[in-house]
Write a protein of this length. Sequence first.
Length: 189
Amino acid sequence: MYYKMRLEDKVRVPPLRLGEDIGTVVMDVLQEQLEGTIDRNIGIFIAVTKILEIGEGDIIPGDGAVFYTVEFEALVLRLAQQEVIEGVVVETTSFGTFVSLGPIDAMLHVSQISDDFISYDEKNGRLVCQETKRQISVGDGIRARIVSLSISERDPRESKIGLTMRQSGLGTEHWLTEEEEKEKSSHGQ
């Protein structure tokens, strides 16, 4: 889930930038330091959106920079076990698909797609369910549940997120539309 958070941090303004507008410099430094990083307690930093308050600067002997206490707003993504998420398939392989959740990708293993036997159509880059003929291709929107979550603060690329679509109400946008149509026709609507 995405959250808009109000946070506070110390920001080091380097000596070469002391003559510039302090608000611009602080925003630049925060964006460079935080965006794309992960904090276990806060989440995945998507964007620093607004500087709310810049306190008095502190000078540390031996360092030409000024350190400011800054209050700011940021947009963060927090993922949780069993959370239902929506994403877009960015890659298909013989063992599953990789799904973009925005700032981070998750893995949807073939065993977690369907009860049906699934084969990989390498020529067309898609996964195909044998009995139902349902398919998953790059660009498909999906709804899935997070079943495993291992977030790495030091190297976000090493984070591992496992998904499942083997429950009611989960699947590709096409599958969910098909299910909705079946449901309507079975109830005479």
